[in-house]
Design a protein around this ligand. Structure first.
Ligand code: ADP
Ligand code: MG
Length: 235
């Protein structure tokens, strides 16, 4: 079955990191061993979502050939680890994304699920993980601009030799003009889950705690648990 997922989007700021952290934590809560990896090398921010210190060893050190994957792997909670990226521009300049292939294959052999938090846009380091993963989870808000940019990510994934598993619509509001299944249909993708707008999402980032642990019974956390159950086939 598929174990390495790229969490990707065309437009930035649509909820990729939120999805990576909460899907990963929900899978871990369900007993799966999970690694979440910040491959948004230019605009890394996964560490902040889970209260990791960015000045310790990061994926940038691994990709620069100065550290092992293990050195950059941090335990977050039971069953879940994170591999953060550095946040400095200098670190970024020294990094070659080519080494990602090896990092992913090493993590794949150790964990039940590996989730890659991919950068937005169409740069090389964004496209590479789209082809490395077993499947891409495409994240978008319902906004027309975000849906439009999603088309590019779908096409880039195909060019990179990857597969899009489906769409996760985030920050949805009840009673919007166009139905969510229709949006997924327009992209020719199955709708994996809709994650409602939930003020606890932002609060959980300030708390440095995943939403599914911070407010486990809220609407967004419930939806992320549902997504995890669906992907892992535990309904
Ligand atoms: P990306 O990684 O795609 O740039 P983030 O996960 O950082 O996006 O989310 C962007 C912003 O949207 C953050 O401030 C986050 O807290 C907020 N956000 C994400 N999902 C939700 C949600 N379901 N409800 C409300 N705010 C959300
Ligand atoms: Mg992000």
């Amino acid at each position: 079955h598929e174990t390495v997922y790229s969490i990707a989007s065309g437009k930035g700021g649509v909820g990729k990191t939120t999805t990576t952290v909460n899907l990963g934590t929900a899978l871990a809560q369900a007993g799966k061993r999970v690694a979440i990896v910040d491959v948004d090398l230019g605009m890394a921010n996964l560490a902040g979502f889970v209260s990791l210190s960015p000045d310790s060893t990061t994926l940038h050190d691994v990709l620069a050939g100065n550290a092992s994957v293990e050195d950059a792997t941090y335990r977050l909670a039971e069953n879940i680890v994170a591999v953060p990226s550095g946040i400095g521009l200098d670190e970024y300049a020294e990094t070659s994304p080519e080494g990602l292939r090896e990092v992913v294959s090493e993590l794949r052999s150790t964990y039940d699920y590996v989730l890659l938090d991919v950068g937005a846009g169409i740069s090389h380091e964004t496209v590479l993980p789209l082809g490395l993963a077993d499947a891409v989870v495409l994240v978008s808000t319902p906004e027309p601009a975000a849906i439009q940019d999603s088309r590019k990510t779908i096409e880039l994934t195909a060019r990179a030799g990857g597969t899009v598993a489906g769409l996760v619509l985030t920050r949805t509001h009840p009673g919007s003009d166009i139905s969510h299944p229709d949006l997924a249909d327009r992209l020719d993708l199955p709708l994996l889950e809709t994650i409602p707008e939930d003020s606890a999402a932002r609060e959980s980032v300030y708390a440095g705690t995943p939403l599914v642990a911070y407010e486990p019974n809220g609407p967004a956390a419930t939806a992320y648990r549902h997504l995890a159950a669906e992907l892992a086939g535990i309904e």
